[in-house]
Ligand binder design. Structure first.
Ligand SMILES: Nc1ncnc2c1ncn2[C@@H]1O[C@H](COP(=O)(O)OP(=O)(O)O)[C@@H](O)[C@H]1O
Ligand SMILES: [Mg+2]
Length: 336
């Protein structure tokens, strides 16, 4: 039986906040920095051949998790297996089987061509010389850059550079590819294009583990998603199954203008639907409500507003998204 592509058990990473000054060290003062758990007990099993997403807001611990899998950070506790191998005991074997595109590690040489960049990294990654040329050609084809291989990277668009960074990750011909926020900073067209390349990796039989804070990306691209917040997995399933956990047919976003207290209107709205989230900014109250039927809830919302002295400025009925799943689990929006 093939082992899972990734398996973690009670994975923990503790960081200290802030820096210890040289004086504190010289005087051997006790370390009083606050310790916090950036990754706080993650159990994860990524099956071979799936596209698995870690979805969570900034600071959730996604990159830290990826770095531990990629042998770039040592866990505080817990265990990891990558393709059945323990990265702490056998880091080289893990690195040889893993293609990683991590943030902060995307630098390419702008004064070199794409092919020259890949030749340089192939040597760095110990790709056997006889295999270098075919691997580079395959990687360039996989990211659709074969016809631009001899252009200087400085002439590339952001999307092309990102694809070249992906080609670099493919040089070891890895069965497992891990991508940290692969589409961050790309325009919609380039993002779609990169997602297509990722789907092709799965079609080639590779496993992909990626992180994202874009709920649409997790929804469209991933076979399964783990929603992560404050270093913990708060939900894990297929996107469809996660959305079914929202016991509502429709989601209504309301924007109300009101003066004074908002408790009365929230109370009234809460009788007609589940108020998943509300936020007050000066005279504007925004509300996300989960309801069985928007046709019944929206008129009730207008009544609620009128009877409490509020005015509804904006109503929008939207289908359930992974954002609603996140909100219902944490009471916060992904972007906050
Ligand atoms: N080397 C480090 N030292 C101290 N804190 C860190 C370090 N790396 C990350 N952190 C903190 O750990 C938390 C999780 O960070 P990260 O894994 O980068 O989150 P994400 O990728 O989900 O945005 C954040 O609060 C971040 O500031
Ligand atoms: Mg990150």
């Amino acid at each position: 039986m093939t082992p899972p592509a990734v398996e973690t058990k009670d994975l923990v990473k503790v960081f200290e906040r802030g820096r210890r000054t040289i004086w504190q060290r010289a005087r051997r003062e006790p370390d009083r920095r606050e310790r916090f758990r950036a990754v706080d007990g993650i159990d994860l099993t990524v099956q071979s051949g799936e596209i698995f997403g870690l979805l969570g807001p900034n600071g959730a611990g996604k990159t830290t998790t990826m770095k531990m899998l990629a042998t770039l950070l040592i866990p505080t506790s817990g265990s990891i297996r990558v393709l059945g191998i323990d990265p702490l005991a056998r880091p080289r074997e893990v690195r040889a089987r893993l293609g990683a595109m991590l943030s902060g590690e995307r630098s390419l040489y702008w004064k070199l061509t794409a092919r020259e960049n890949l030749e340089y990294f192939a040597a760095l990654y110990h790709v056997p010389p006889a295999e270098t040329r075919p691997r580079i050609d395959r990687a360039l084809v996989a990211v659709k850059l074969a016809d631009r291989a001899d252009d200087y990277v400085e002439r590339y668009s952001t999307g092309m550079r990102q694809r070249l960074a992906l080609a670099r990750a493919l040089l070891p011909d890895p069965p497992l590819v891990i991508l940290d926020e692969p589409t961050v900073g790309l325009d919609p067209q380039a993002s779609r294009d990169l997602r297509d390349r990722v789907r092709e990796l799965r079609a080639q039989g590779r496993t992909v583990l990626l992180t994202t804070h874009y709920m649409e990306e997790a929804d469209q691209l991933c076979d399964r998603v783990a929603i992560i917040d404050h270093g913990k997995i708060v939900a894990l399933d297929t996107p469809a199954a996660l959305k079914r956990t929202i016991r509502a047919e429709e989601v209504v976003h309301l924007e109300l203008a009101l003066e004074g207290d908002d408790r009365a209107v929230l109370d009234r709205l809460g009788r007609a639907a589940t108020v998943a989230r509300s936020e007050r900014r000066n005279g504007t109250l925004t509300v996300t409500a989960h309801c069985a039927s928007a046709r019944e809830f929206v008129p009730a919302a207008f009544d609620a507003a009128r009877s409490t002295g509020a005015t509804i400025h904006h109503v929008e009925v939207v289908p359930v998204t992974l954002e609603d799943v996140f909100i219902s689990l944490t009471g916060r929006a992904l972007r906050e």
